[in-house]
Design a protein around this ligand. Structure first.
Ligand code: ADP
Ligand code: MG
Length: 757
């Protein structure tokens, strides 16, 4: 299996470029798949290195005007601050700006000249004298030459590639349009006297070429500038990374570059210092502001043994900590990677736009030629050849210019980039665009109880002794059994034993009884610890009425038994998360049903569910049944999101339409869940769904606007309304509309940033 590799692409100007590059890459022998994203200007390629090299791959697309940036995607752990791709883009932006600044004055003069006759109707504007008219007559071709051959070089290159390789993109459309206007005008001007009998030689279209190129270049510039802004979430994350760290080396405090920090280094964090890598505090204490990573606004208390993560900010205390994760292993590095991957992934909704832009360019070329032909054949019957040819030319240029599918290609990726980035800043990590798209359709949210609705840190509250062992002895046995379990209940019991200095015993033959508890032997006696179902299995009568009072108050019973005798019932209680109730309310406001699935006791579960307003409870569910329950909900037509701790709920998370992992604290392994909510914060669930809804709405608006320009623009530019209303779109307006459509799509995506979740 070849792993996908991601490369930056240089030279992309439009959505149709993505299609061309994708197709060309896929055609190469050894290439398994290729996905090109115009939003991020990156290609994700799976290829067999033995059959084709990277350099060769790049060579294949170079004739088409593109290249792969052949160093691998940069490793974020190695440096911080500005990325290579960003500095490249800034340079490109600067180049565009120079072009815009040089060509816009020319366009303004051209528009002024075009409009002089109209302006001259006002008294304060004099009629143009023949000298002035003559001057402009010679000035405009000069301007046009500059606009087309200097500023518009890439468009001409598009025409060349079309002629040479038969590949057309948006540059080709603009190139053919403006070049046609330029050539016609030059010919008419050069051979005015010869052509006078047949053509309207007093009308030239140099101004059209100038203005169209100026507007489109301006549009490209504005688009590139805003596009840079859509991606700044990554930039901000990169900037969180400290550049240096204070490390204790040979007993001395030294400042080293972050890349030199290794595992088990002891690092010093001073007041207001940045935490450079992930680790565990070994001395001192402080409050740490983790808002930038988890979105949690209040600084978190940190004491010895607590973990800290890179990129967060110490407040006033100071401490030392042992590095546990460095470089690309840190949570921050993982988040950056994830965000970058997600921003570059394609949303299913984009498939349609992609399909359309792929066939758009050839169709538009066809339409433009048909339109020109129709003017010449039909138009000349009514208007005479000279007039029909000018109108035909105007319609050709107009169609070519307005039909560029540029906005169409920007509609989805820009919104995804902004949406994913916005999520990351709120502690909502999205795995890919497809997940973000699916999330907005969710109708049922299934939550796990422990760790999702409750804190997941239960405490032992009380015990009820059943037979003649001492309580200390019973708790000792129970806690010894639980030392080997990862269940939160087990932690509660073990810490209770530790706090009360109860000695533990050696256990053997430990095993987990899934969804019910654990078993092990101590001194050859077999013991069981677990829930009522386990008692049932053993055939031990558990006095339900005796425990009912506790369970209806939300406590969980844990019984300790031998094969035939009940020894002890301990009551464990897990406090509700303070934000749980409001989180459920917010989900209700979005019209979403909330279902709680738990392996816990029925009464306990019911009590907790009622406390927070959960609609439906499924209790005493075994782990593999969680999956069945989710399937059942799906069979009823629900789109299900499942939020769980991601460890023993993995199959259910995978079965759900969207799996949401609640990561507790700062110790996060970003796993395969579609969405990861940092800081285990359930109130982010509703935010994540809102984010998805906002993003999808943005995309749909973008697609609408992108389409409408073309749907209205093409017939208008072709002149089909001319016979009826005398309407024929000026190519100048086509250029303006074209520039405006891309800019408006990108700005609409950027607007997402300011929306409240
Ligand atoms: P949940 O995550 O909803 O608690 P589990 O399948 O992990 O679901 O556990 C189901 C139930 O089994 C728990 O509520 C508890 O009553 C019992 N149980 C599981 N593991 C243990 C354990 N180590 N000690 C005692 N009881 C346990
Ligand atoms: Mg669980």
């Amino acid at each position: 299996m070849n792993a996908p590799q991601t490369f930056r692409i240089k030279g992309m100007h439009c959505a149709s470029c993505a299609g061309i590059i994708e197709k060309t890459l896929k055609q190469q022998i050894g290439v398994e798949s290729a996905e090109v994203n115009y939003g991020t200007e990156k290609a994700k390629v799976i290829f067999d290195g033995a059959k084709i090299g990277l350099v060769q791959l790049s060579k294949r697309i170079e004739p088409l005007g593109y290249s792969l940036v052949v160093e691998q995607m940069e490793d974020h752990s190695e440096h911080s601050g500005m990325s290579q791709s960003k500095s490249d883009k800034l340079a490109e932006l600067k180049g565009l700006k120079t072009k815009v600044l040089s060509v816009i004055p020319l366009a303004v003069i051209s528009i002024f000249v075009m409009g002089w006759d109209i302006l001259a109707q006002f008294e304060f504007v004099p009629m143009a004298t023949p000298a002035v008219t003559g001057l402009f007559r010679y000035l405009l071709p000069v301007f046009a030459t500059y606009a087309l051959f200097v500023v518009g070089q890439s468009y001409l290159a598009g025409v060349y590639r079309f002629l040479r390789y038969g590949k057309a993109n948006m540059d080709t459309l603009i190139g053919i349009g403006t070049l046609a206007a330029f050539i016609y005008s030059s010919v008419v001007m050069a051979f005015a006297e010869t052509l006078r009998p047949w053509l309207n030689v007093d009308v030239t279209y140099f101004d059209v070429a100038i203005v169209v190129i100026a507007f489109i270049t301006l549009g490209k510039y504005l688009e590139a500038r805003s596009k840079l802004k859509t991606g700044d979430a990554i930039e901000k994350l990169l900037n969180l990374q400290a550049k240096t760290a204070l490390v204790i080396r040979a007993g001395k405090e030294v400042e080293v570059p972050i890349a030199d920090v290794v595992h088990s280094d002891i690092l010093i964090v001073k007041p207001a210092g940045k935490i450079p890598v992930d680790g565990v505090i070994v001395s001192g204490s402080s409050y740490v502001d983790e808002a930038m990573i988890t979105g949690e606004p209040i600084p978190v208390a940190k004491n010895i043994g607590d973990s800290v993560v890179a990129g967060t900010l110490n407040t006033t205390g100071s401490f030392t900590f042992r590095a546990t994760k460095v470089g690309s292993e840190t949570l921050l590095a993982q988040i950056i990677n994830l965000v970058e991957e997600a921003q570059g992934s394609k949303a299913p909704i984009q498939a349609l736009a992609d399909k359309i832009s792929a066939v758009f360019v050839p169709i538009v070329l066809g339409l433009a030629s048909v339109s020109l032909g129709a003017w010449l054949v039909i138009g000349s019957q009514f208007l005479g050849f000279a007039q029909a040819l000018s109108y035909g030319l105007v319609s050709l240029v107009g169609i070519l210019v307005i039909a560029c599918p540029c906005a169409l290609g920007l509609a989805t990726p820009t919104a995804i980039i902004v949406g994913v980035g916005k999520g990351a800043r709120e502690g909502i990590l999205v795995k890919d665009a497809a997940t973000l798209e699916k999330l907005h359709k969710v109708t049922v949210v299934v939550v796990d109880k422990t760790g999702t609705i409750t804190k997941g840190k239960p405490e032992l509250i009380s015990t009820k002794l059943q037979v003649g062992v001492s309580e200390a002895e019973a708790i000792s046995i129970l806690a010894s059994l639980e030392t080997r379990s990862e269940h939160p209940i087990a932690h509660a019991i073990v810490s209770y034993a530790k706090e009360n200095n109860i000695e533990l015993q050696v256990t053997e033959q430990f095993s987990i009884i899934e969804g019910k508890g654990v078993r092990a032997t101590i001194n050859s006696v077999e013991y069981f610890a677990g829930n009522a179902r386990l008692a049932d299995d053993l055939g031990i009568a558990l006095d339900q009425t005796a425990i009912a009072q506790d369970t209806t108050e939300g406590k969980t019973p844990v019984m300790l038994a031998t094969r035939d005798k009940l020894l002890l019932v301990a009551m464990v209680a897990d406090a509700l998360k303070p934000e749980a109730k409001e989180a459920v309310e917010k989900l209700h406001q979005l019209g979403i049903k909330v279902v709680m699935l738990t392996g816990d006791d029925k009464n306990t579960a019911r009590y907790i569910a009622d406390q927070v307003g959960i609609d439906e409870v499924m209790a005493e569910v075994l782990p593999h049944d969680k999956l069945t329950k989710i399937r059942a909900l799906q069979a009823e037509g629900a789109i299900v999101a499942m939020a769980g701790d991601g460890v023993n709920d993995a199959p259910a998370l995978a079965q759900a339409d969207v799996g949401i992992a609640m990561s507790t604290g700062t110790d996060v392994a970003i796993e395969s869940a579609g969405i990861t909510l940092l800081h285990g914060d359930i109130s982010k669930l509703a935010k994540a769904i809102k984010l998805s809804k906002l993003t999808m709405r943005g995309i749909k608006q973008n697609l609408f606007w992108a389409f409408i320009y073309n749907i209205v623009g093409i017939p208008l530019a072709s002149g089909v309304f001319y016979p009826l209303f005398g309407w024929l779109l000026s190519p100048v307006f086509a250029g303006l509309a074209m520039a405006f459509s891309s800019v408006s799509v990108v700005s609409n995506s950027l607007r997402l940033k300011t929306k409240k979740l």
